[in-house]
Design a protein around this ligand. Structure first.
Ligand SMILES: NC(=O)c1ccc[n+]([C@@H]2O[C@H](COP(=O)([O-])OP(=O)(O)OC[C@H]3O[C@@H](n4cnc5c(N)ncnc54)[C@H](O)[C@@H]3O)[C@@H](O)[C@H]2O)c1
Length: 250
């Protein structure tokens, strides 16, 4: 593992109680940073924080990112705890059911977008002013290869993730005159609760599209995200970083 320097940096990882978010949080801690895990699953969050056994370097907040007031309260709590916010990892999302568009439940579509896209917007809206005040910030949004390619039977998820890519490009340009970067990553399927909650035939389809012929490992995602979240990433912004094992080559 390469050594990244996140000493003195304070990060928020949404959806950090498990899966890719937890792997990112672990890499931030291993790199000398401090982390506030934001998750709506309070019991799992408490267990994860206990398991991390990282003392003062970890804090947690029960947050529903779909609710702006909840996000604003968590932003204040994180600032009260650590005094600053340098890194925002917008990772929380839900995937929704698998069905063709014309049969897709309308409430499920709205939910997926409300959490994954509105939620990412809420977190940026709440945290960016603090980054602007300190003229420093690194934001990494976790999108998906589904947002580039458009997976069949996943219209809500694909649309939401395409929205996250566009949000990244807009916000990155808005903040480009500051020492603040906004980038996103587009992972292929990984073995997490969310990844495995999809229909087996859908998982087989998305795996069949990956030239590397295997799933993404969580620490592979964390490595790219954490470099993007480091001070060394001082020029690149508003960009999309591929994590799809060769599926998307643009
Ligand atoms: N696993 C994959 O195959 C895969 C592939 C591409 C992209 N991604 C993306 O990676 C990110 C992480 O996914 P994962 O597979 O680790 O998922 P996961 O299900 O393991 O973890 C997601 C976490 O987000 C939390 N969460 C969900 N809704 C929330 C809300 N409204 N407010 C706060 N927290 C909320 C959950 O409680 C959970 O702890 C997501 O954005 C996902 O779309 C995952």
């Amino acid at each position: 593992m390469n050594q990244l320097d996140l000493n003195g940096r304070v990060a928020i990882v949404t959806g950090g109680a498990q899966g890719i978010g937890l792997a990112i949080a672990e890499r931030i801690l291993a790199s000398g940073g401090k982390v506030s895990l934001w998750d709506r699953d309070a019991p799992l969050l408490a267990k994860t924080i206990a398991d991390l056994a990282a003392g003062d370097a970890v804090d947690g907040a029960e947050v529903d990112i779909a609710d702006l007031a909840s996000v604003e309260a968590a932003t204040k709590a994180t600032l009260d705890c650590f005094g600053r916010i340098d890194i925002l990892i917008n990772n929380a999302a839900t995937v929704g059911p698998n069905a063709p568009t014309w049969e897709y439940p309308a409430d499920a579509f709205a939910d997926v977008v409300r959490i994954g896209l509105n939620g990412t917007f809420h977190c940026c809206r709440a945290v960016v002013p603090h980054m602007v005040d300190q003229n420093y910030g690194r934001i990494v949004n976790v999108s998906s290869v589904a947002g580039k390619e458009g997976n069949p039977n996943a219209v809500a998820y694909s649309s939401m993730k395409a929205g996250v890519i566009a949000l990244t490009k807009s916000l990155g340009k808005e903040l480009a005159s500051h020492d603040i970067s906004v980038n996103c990553v587009t992972p292929a399927v990984a073995k997490t609760a969310m990844g495995m909650s999809q229909k087996p035939e859908h998982i087989a389809y998305i795996l069949s599209k990956v030239p590397r012929g295997r799933m993404l490992e969580l620490d592979e995602a964390a490595a790219m995200v954490c470099w993007l979240a480091s001070e060394e990433n001082s020029f690149t912004t508003a960009a999309v970083f591929d994590l799809s094992g060769g599926r998307a080559t643009y």
